[in-house]
Design a protein around this ligand. Structure first.
Ligand code: FES
Ligand SMILES: [Fe+2]
Length: 341
């Protein structure tokens, strides 16, 4: 599925950039669904997103600078407000009004969970709720903001696929002797589904503070939820009571690249398991996923052209369900699935 050929994905909020990247007064470029945009903090201190193209002589606005809550083009200094209107032209008479059509397109942009979220068109669904954010007893750890050479669907399939643990994660938590994963229970809910299972996980001493357990093999009670179109929430509960809640947004850059945005929420304290240890723990696992995912084809259909054994395998069902939900979304909006081949 070529993401950029599906206009309906423009009608969702996408996590685009940590707000911390906008704090130093420099505009930042991003490519969302093949559209070049620029982010900056507007006069109210809130993030704003504009098309990264000056209406004067087409320079990229991301090469400019932030001045008094506006975005000044680096070529001739025309300055835009958060709505995309030109509010200053240094070469023009200062007391004359600037016509309203001196502008560049502005996109919906809001701050949530420490990120700027952008919808290229009027959104048809809200940003997923994350009740742990800023909640008492929970801490937020901003883990990863990385560009990956893959597609959102490939990353989603992988996120719900327990059968890769014994192979891709053999060197970390995967139990090599148990290549057949335990059963997934799938529960449908509005705009997505929820998959639940309990798996065994290798728990070497280096992971004891992560799991809150000293057993050599521990259990992970996994509640894995999907949100249309490209987000998921993985709530891992250990027998110790420690919860390790990961939120992923696989933000589409173009048809072959995503921006991985990953938050972690934990119900323990820094003294129990330091943030640096948690980042490193998931970084190793994430690198294992990245390496195998970047070897896959971002476009090829894997599941729906075959009617083979995958359909009887529990571990492949969530990926197929994600595809089905995406197909239903596309057909509800009159769009067809498009492939390269
Ligand atoms: S191109 Fe932007 S001010 Fe001239
Ligand atoms: Fe994985």
């Amino acid at each position: 599925m070529l993401t950029t050929r599906q206009p309906v994905f423009r009608k969702f909020w996408h996590a685009v950039m940590p707000l911390s990247m906008l704090q130093d007064g420099k505009p930042q470029p991003f490519t969302l669904m093949d559209e070049n945009i620029v982010l900056f903090l507007g006069a109210d201190g809130q993030p704003a997103a504009l098309k990264d193209r000056c209406c004067h002589r087409t320079a990229k606005l991301s090469k400019g600078r932030c001045v008094d809550g506006g975005l000044e083009c680096g070529y001739h200094g025309w300055t835009y407000n958060a709505a995309g209107r030109v509010i200053r032209i240094p070469q023009y008479e200062p007391d004359r009004a600037i016509p309203a059509d001196y502008c560049t397109p502005a996109y919906r942009c809001v701050a949530r969970y420490g990120y700027a979220w952008v919808a290229l068109e009027e959104p048809i669904a809200p940003i997923p709720e994350v009740p742990e954010f800023d909640a008492p007893g929970w801490r937020t750890i901003y883990q990863f903001y990385e560009r990956w050479d893959t597609a959102p669907l490939r990353a989603l399939e992988n996120s719900f696929d327990n059968s890769h643990f014994s192979f891709v994660h053999r060197a970390t938590f995967g139990v090599a002797a148990q290549p057949k994963p335990s059963r997934y229970e799938l529960v449908h809910k509005d705009g997505g589904f929820y998959a639940e299972t309990v798996i065994d996980a290798t728990n070497p001493p280096a992971y004891h503070r992560v799991s809150g357990s000293t057993e050599p093999i521990t259990q992970r009670h996994m509640r894995n939820a999907y949100y249309l179109p490209f987000s998921r929430r993985l709530d891992i509960e250990y027998p110790s009571g420690v919860r390790h809640v990961i939120i992923n947004c696989f933000t589409p850059i173009d048809d072959g690249h995503i921006q991985l945005c990953q938050w972690l929420f934990r119900n323990d304290r820094e003294v129990d398991c330091p943030e640096a240890m948690l980042v490193e723990f998931d970084a190793v696992i994430t690198r294992e996923d990245k390496d195998i995912l970047e070897s896959t084809d971002p476009d090829a259909l894997v599941d729906t052209r075959r009617r083979g054994i995958e359909y009887s395998m529990d571990s492949d069902k969530p990926g197929m369900l994600i595809r089905k939900l995406l197909m239903e979304l596309l057909s509800a909006h009159g769009e067809a699935e498009v492939h390269r081949g």
